[in-house]
Design a binder for this molecule. Structure first.
Ligand SMILES: [Zn+2]
Length: 197
């Protein structure tokens, strides 16, 4: 139970990472985080949480006393985002781009998406977040090694280096529907790898 995951929100209630219940409880005891009731959004700080706690969440007995297990905590000061970069992989590029072709906007499914180098590799284009986008097979074939402007194609949006959901592991998101209401819908769909059709 101590190794169960707790979702961590920053001061603006944006999800930044997950941690273990063990660490979440330490953050609460140090006064830098409060537990969020996932049903009512009520925030309880350490003493109130320990004393009363909501009656309808799981409880943990450890070190001689029993307390409610926080599913979600909110940090009282920290308002940044995790420093953890999202690893650059084919799938994460697709996730960032919403599983859509960045040229025509179709969502053909992961099996029919490819990675396109905006500035072609043959012209020195890098394999990087800012130079790679998801493209369907026909658009990638049409673009081939041409510079975009020369064949009248354009990007639907400029690629970015994703910072979110850097610390959120898609598997734990799947396992913890109680967290979903704290995660922006688009980011949630991306993290769960759902293709929007
Ligand atoms: Zn396309």
């Amino acid at each position: 139970m101590l190794d169960r995951k707790t979702l961590v929100l920053n001061r603006s209630w944006l999800p930044v990472t997950t941690t273990t219940v063990r660490r979440a409880v330490v953050l609460m005891a140090r006064g830098v985080a409060g537990a969020v009731h996932p049903g009512t959004f009520e925030v309880a700080h350490w003493e109130a949480w320990i004393e009363r706690g909501p009656g309808d969440v799981g409880r943990l007995r450890a070190i001689g006393f029993e307390f409610p297990v926080p599913d979600v905590i909110v940090l009282t000061h920290y308002n940044g985002f995790p420093k953890l970069p999202v690893s650059f992989t084919r799938r994460n590029v697709y996730r960032r781009d919403g599983f859509e072709c960045m040229y025509c906007g179709r969502a053909p499914g992961m099996g029919d998406l490819t990675i396109d180098h905006i500035k072609p590799r043959s012209r020195g284009g890098a394999t990087s977040w800012l130079n790679c986008v998801a493209a369907c097979v026909p658009c990638n074939a049409r673009k081939a090694d041409h510079p975009l402007a020369s064949i009248g194609m354009s990007l639907r949006r400029q690629p970015t280096v994703p910072r979110w959901p850097g610390g959120l592991d898609p598997r734990s998101l799947q396992e913890r529907p109680v967290w979903h209401r704290f995660i922006p819908a688009k980011a949630l769909a991306g993290a769960l790898g759902r293709s929007r059709s």
